[in-house]
Ligand binder design. Structure first.
Ligand code: SF4
Ligand code: SF3
Length: 549
């Protein structure tokens, strides 16, 4: 075994990637990511000591959040960036140690997480390969399962927090919880019950992180509104923006004004089209293509420059790899990386803009429009209409089908499921899962589209707010009494925090597919089934029958 990773839905054989990632991650990078997490756990052990005496370590929140985000599936494949970040982690650790010693905190019994030393790159690689660093170092499979469930939830939380932080929004409680959780999962004395409790607490903080991001996005860019998004192309050179970071998109839109370069969204950046603040840019054309896993084909045809602000990156084809750029936590060896902001100054996108000018215009792959923008404020504005349709029986049920898309054939299920749903049902979606059914023209009910897209996976919070609002309007005691079924598709770790957040809000009977996570041990899966009614998908016909029963 050269590596071990089972954090995403496409893990090899449904059990774990052991030679190379199905995602294209090399064993070397996988092990460096493990060491990155290991170092962050050590930093968190020390930082929680600082938290206990009310000491704030400057820049630490950002450092941990960014380190976690870099290890999310398909975010960063760049060995050099991990080596650099691990070196920085050790410097950070020493800084914290020094501060704690000055305050006479006892550091005589530090764990290996908080005290391991590496001097050269060879040392780092050697350490990253050692048995104590990886996931399998926890021998008890239930403890391992809960530790990883919490780690992946915290990674998802970090992604949400980073976007909010980029817009100048903070809630110190969230990174403090991340440190506490990362530190607690290194504690061998914790029981399964205590870890289950920590898992639920992770969900509670997931809700807080999503609420913070929602506040950051809507305060900065306005509330998403119903929008027809163009999916065709114009005749100018262009940049295609993927990933989830709205601040990066905004700065790029400002810097491309008047340059003759158009900007399009790809995959999870599509919902940027729904924000009022971005509509004023006349070079912001619309969306090109589909979910992340189709990028090989679509980037080739786009012809222009491509910018990744976050996941999901897949190993590139020769035909386009020299015109791809990354920024933020994302990275890939050979792609140019656009450095972070310095203070209040925006990122400098001039190189990618100049590059785009020299490239051919995009090849049209489809024409027409898709409709979205049904985040909470827009849905609340339509509440009367929706409530009336529910009361008079025109809408019988809502299906939350949020989450991720992926390349496995079994995901055709979601297209077939959407097509087979009775005409008196409405799909509530968020995340790149939508690409399985957002171009199907499923019609409307009294003018309400049958697919309501709230936005990115990051906007799943909207779906929870919509459910809570309906509960209030219908004067119900329990969110589970609503005519809402949850059939969620997952792929990476942001979907894990969405799931834990929904559980913490009391949502039951969520179906998760196309398969249950490999990191759930049978006993941990049983806890989720017994307490929350979590299930997985079977086939379209019997699942629809089940949900409508
Ligand atoms: Fe395998 Fe997924 Fe881990 Fe990539 S992220 S190595 S595909 S489990
Ligand atoms: Fe998609 Fe990667 Fe998860 Fe943001 S972009 S939902 S998979």
């Amino acid at each position: 075994m050269d590596m071990f990773c089972f954090q995403c839905q496409e893990t090899s054989k449904g059990t774990g990637c052991t030679r190379v990632g199905v995602c294209g991650k090399t064993s070397e990078v996988a092990n460096l990511q493990d060491l990155m997490i290991y170092a962050l756990k050590g930093i968190s052990q020390l930082a929680t000591k600082a938290d206990e005496i009310g000491l704030e370590i400057e820049g630490l929140d950002r450092f941990i959040v960014d380190g976690l985000f870099m290890t999310i599936t398909n975010a960063n494949f760049d060995r050099e960036r991990f080596l650099e970040k691990i070196r920085e982690a050790l410097v950070k650790r020493e800084e914290i140690e020094k501060i704690l010693l000055e305050k006479n905190v006892d550091l005589s019994n530090l764990s290996d997480y908080a005290s391991f030393r590496v001097n050269t790159d060879d040392d780092i690689i050697y350490k990253s390969n050692s048995e104590e660093v990886g996931v399998l170092s926890t021998k008890d499979e239930d403890i391992r399962s809960l530790r990883e469930l919490i780690t992946y939830g915290v990674k998802g939380m970090a992604a949400y927090y980073e976007h909010a932080h980029n817009l100048g929004f903070e809630n110190k409680e969230i990174p403090k919880f991340m440190r506490k959780a990362l530190s607690m999962i290194t504690d061998d004395s914790l029981t399964v019950d205590e870890l289950v409790k920590l898992t639920l607490e992770t969900g509670e903080h997931g809700v807080k992180a999503m609420a913070l991001l929602d506040e950051a996005n809507t305060t900065t860019y306005g509330n998403p509104e119903i929008t027809e998004v163009n999916i065709g192309v114009r005749n100018n050179p262009a940049i295609l923006v993927s990933g989830h970071d709205l601040k990066d998109l905004e700065e790029l839109l400002i810097q491309t004004q008047g340059t003759g370069v158009d900007v399009y969204t790809h995959s999870e950046m599509l919902p940027a089209n729904y924000y009022p603040a971005f509509k004023k840019y006349d070079n912001f054309v619309g969306n090109y293509g589909n979910a992340w896993w189709k990028q090989n084909e679509e980037f080739e045809k786009f012809n222009g420059a491509i910018l990744f602000t976050t996941n999901c990156i897949i190993p590139p084809k020769e035909s386009y790899k020299d015109r791809v750029y990354t920024t933020g936590s994302s990275g890939y060896p050979g792609f140019k990386h656009i450095p972070d902001r310095k203070g209040d100054n925006p990122k400098d996108f001039s190189e990618i803009i100049e590059h785009a000018k020299r490239l051919p215009v995009p090849t049209e792959i489809e024409t027409g429009k898709i409709v979205g923008g049904f985040a909470h404020a827009q849905v609340f504005a339509l509440a009367d209409k929706i409530v009336e349709a529910v009361k008079n029986g025109d809408i019988k049920k809502f299906f939350v089908m949020a989450g991720c898309d992926g390349r496995m054939k079994s995901r055709n299920y979601y297209t077939e499921f959407a097509q087979a749903l009775p005409k008196d049902t409405v799909i509530l979606t968020a995340g790149c899962a939508k690409y399985r059914y957002n171009k199907l023209n499923l019609g409307d009910i009294n003018g309400i589209p049958r697919v309501l897209d709230a936005g990115q996976c990051n906007d799943s919070y909207s779906l929870a707010l919509i459910a809570l609002k309906l509960k209030e309007i219908f004067e119900l005691n329990d969110i589970n009494e609503l005519p809402i079924a949850y059939n969620i598709a997952w792929y990476e770790q942001k979907a894990v925090i969405v799931l834990l957040s929904l559980l913490s809000l009391g949502v039951k009977n969520i179906h998760l597919g196309p398969t249950l996570p490999a990191f759930l041990s049978p006993n941990v899966a049983k806890v989720l089934v017994d307490n929350f009614g979590i299930g997985t998908i079977k086939d379209v016909e019997s699942d629809i029958e089940y949900f409508l029963a």
